[in-house]
Design a protein around this ligand. Structure first.
Ligand SMILES: NC(=O)c1ccc[n+]([C@@H]2O[C@H](COP(=O)([O-])OP(=O)(O)OC[C@H]3O[C@@H](n4cnc5c(N)ncnc54)[C@H](O)[C@@H]3O)[C@@H](O)[C@H]2O)c1
Length: 253
């Protein structure tokens, strides 16, 4: 019997990453759940296993090349190959320009942009050896269309993800690896619910009134698109960033 497909997801302890771990597990993938949040990540693994799925947890900070490389190697050793990586880990801290230190700028770039590159760099050689692979990277509407006051570093990193997706899609296509991105709109997670750094609960509910579909997104709305992009149904799609926003970008003017 052939082994099930496998996926590695960064930042999979909560939010969109967690929903993505569950979606892939339900679709029959063996899931390598990774996060800096150890308790949350282990809880996701326990929940997947309780539902009859296959999952492992590794503590991975995406700013650590050594941790990323080791965990990709572990996943390949356990599952024989990695079919997909979902580079999801991200932070969105509010920092006005007059308070922007070099360190603060670098932190966001290191996690939100370089962290994506690290995961793909580690996984691509194995995928190319097998002649097949899918990468899904998380951008944002703030990286493809909107400007976000006091979050210029976040917007710059998320716009960088779009460039990374395009460049790597072309570079890796001959190895059978497809590289795509998702640009979520307003999704109900800890990131968007943060009063300090983002909209907060009230702001999120207000956003529903100007989202054409009349509601804020749920993590599952994004997870299912990641699963689609990883699947054979998306076999001729590469280098694209799909906006998942309930019509926000096309409907607000
Ligand atoms: N929620 C939204 O509205 C929204 C919109 C657009 C884009 N996004 C993007 O989607 C992705 C997931 O966000 P979310 O909304 O689920 O946020 P979240 O805050 O709920 O989850 C982010 C995850 O990333 C992890 N993480 C943070 N720093 C890390 C690091 N250094 N190494 C490894 N993991 C780390 C966190 O521990 C957490 O598990 C992020 O890249 C985010 O920027 C979210």
């Amino acid at each position: 019997m052939s082994k099930p497909p496998s996926v590695l997801i960064t930042g999979a302890g909560i939010g969109i990453g967690r929903a993505t771990a569950h979606a892939f597990a339900r679709a029959g993938y063996a899931v390598m759940v990774t996060d800096v949040l150890e308790n949350e990540g282990r809880a996701v693994v326990a929940s997947i296993k309780a539902s009859g799925g296959t999952a492992d947890f590794r503590t991975v900070d995406v700013t650590s090349t050594a941790a990323v490389d080791q965990t990709v190697a572990d996943a390949e050793a356990i599952h024989g190959r990695l079919d997909c990586v979902v580079a999801n880990a991200g932070i969105a801290h509010r920092v006005p320009l007059d308070q922007m230190s070099d360190a603060k700028w670098d932190e966001t770039m290191d996690i939100d942009l370089k962290g994506v590159m690290r995961v793909v760099r580690a996984a691509a050689p194995g995928m190319a050896r097998h002649g097949v692979g899918a990468v899904v990277a998380l951008s944002s509407i703030m990286g493809v269309a909107y400007g976000w006051s006091e979050h210029a570093h976040y917007s710059a990193a998320k716009a960088g993800v779009v460039g990374l997706v395009r460049g790597l899609a072309v570079e890796l296509a001959s190895g059978g690896i497809r590289v795509n991105g998702i640009a979520p709109g307003y999704i109900r997670t800890a990131q968007a619910l943060s009063r300090e750094h983002s909209l907060g609960p009230e702001g999120l509910e207000q956003a529903a009134s100007f989202i054409p579909m009349g509601r804020v997104g749920e993590p599952e709305d994004v997870a299912d698109v990641a699963l689609f992009l990883a699947s054979g149904a998306a076999r001729y799609i590469t280098g694209q960033v799909i906006v998942v926003d309930g019509g926000l970008l096309v409907g607000r003017y």
